[in-house]
Design a binder for this molecule. Structure first.
Ligand SMILES: [Zn+2]
Length: 135
């Protein structure tokens, strides 16, 4: 089997097997698991994965680990060809997923903490000004 690359505006509700749908606008890619289990895989592009079109076939980097599906498959897709890698154990899959979630949380938290720090600095400055004029 070979995975075809298909650029789409949005990922369709019904996915065809052996097709990687890529929506640049929504920064997502969708495909059905290569093992045939029917699990729908959604990738964050370019956040977690890169998707390339290779002569009409899909190349995805890095490997896809099916952490949230029953099969725990792990593979890379190169020019449509699936190369199987060692399956993750449930524990390894869990920790990988946690790492990915933590990374997203960290990404989300950055601007907030920056604003929080700025806000704190502004408050401290206001306190200083108050104490100068309060004397
Ligand atoms: Zn599968």
């Amino acid at each position: 089997m070979k995975f075809a690359y298909q650029a789409v505006d949005r990922i369709p509700k019904q996915l065809e097997p052996e097709t990687v749908y890529h929506s640049e606008e929504f920064e997502l890619a969708g495909l059905l698991c290569a093992c045939g289990c029917g699990h729908r895989i959604t990738l964050l592009v370019p956040d977690s994965h890169q998707v390339y079109c290779d002569d009409g076939f899909a190349t995805i980097r890095p490997s896809i680990a099916v952490c949230d599906g029953p099969c725990k498959s792990h593979y890379v897709i190169s020019a449509g060809q699936v190369e199987w890698l060692d399956a993750f154990s449930t524990e390894a899959a869990k920790s990988l997923m946690q790492k990915q979630i933590l990374r997203h949380v960290a990404n989300d938290a950055k601007p907030k903490s920056w604003i929080a720090r700025l806000w704190k600095a502004a408050l401290a400055l206001a306190d200083q000004i108050k104490s100068i004029f309060g004397r």
